[in-house]
Design a protein around this ligand. Structure first.
Ligand code: GDP
Length: 140
């Protein structure tokens, strides 16, 4: 297995409920290291660019509204097979389908307001990390 990096966002529904530390505790307990982290207010342009693959989906406008509705915490995570390891600990997109102990089962409010984002491939992780971090802001 290889040490990988993945990109994470703690979404506005979680920052609003002061759950940054609680989410980070689940991340760290899963063996992932938070090697870059910044709290930002996303602009519409940033959110639209980030979710460009979903622009034809019916929920795109709602998703951009949500992601710009409050602060988010963007993160770079590192660990063994980090992309899959983080997807596993995030849980299913819809919290109703998420496994016990996953971040979304513990904290998500709905399929839209589901507390966290995690990259779905190593290639997308690199693209997403580059959108929000320079190498100088990451220390592994
Ligand atoms: P993920 O990889 O598990 O985050 O899921 P997707 O890539 O399929 O969707 C991206 C994000 O769009 C999800 O995390 C949700 O925040 C949002 N989303 C997905 N499906 C829906 C939906 O049916 N309604 C709404 N409002 N948002 C959705």
């Amino acid at each position: 297995m290889a040490i990988q990096r993945t990109f994470s966002i703690i979404k506005p529904d979680a920052t609003e409920r002061n759950l940054t530390g609680a989410v980070n505790a689940v991340i760290e307990k899963a063996g992932l290291r938070i090697i870059g982290q910044r709290r930002i207010q996303m602009t519409r342009a940033q959110a639209e660019r980030f979710y460009d693959v979903h622009k034809e989906r019916p929920f795109f406008g709602e998703l951009v509204d949500f992601m710009t509705s409050g602060p988010v915490v963007v993160q770079v995570l590192e660990g063994e097979n980090a992309v899959k390891a983080y997807r596993d600990v995030m849980g299913a997109t819809n919290p109703a389908d998420a496994e016990e102990g996953t971040i979304r089962k513990l904290y998500a409010k709905s399929i839209g307001e589901n507390s966290v984002h995690g990259s779905d491939s190593e290639e997308n992780a690199a693209i997403e990390i580059r959108q929000f971090f320079s190498e100088a802001d990451i220390a592994g």
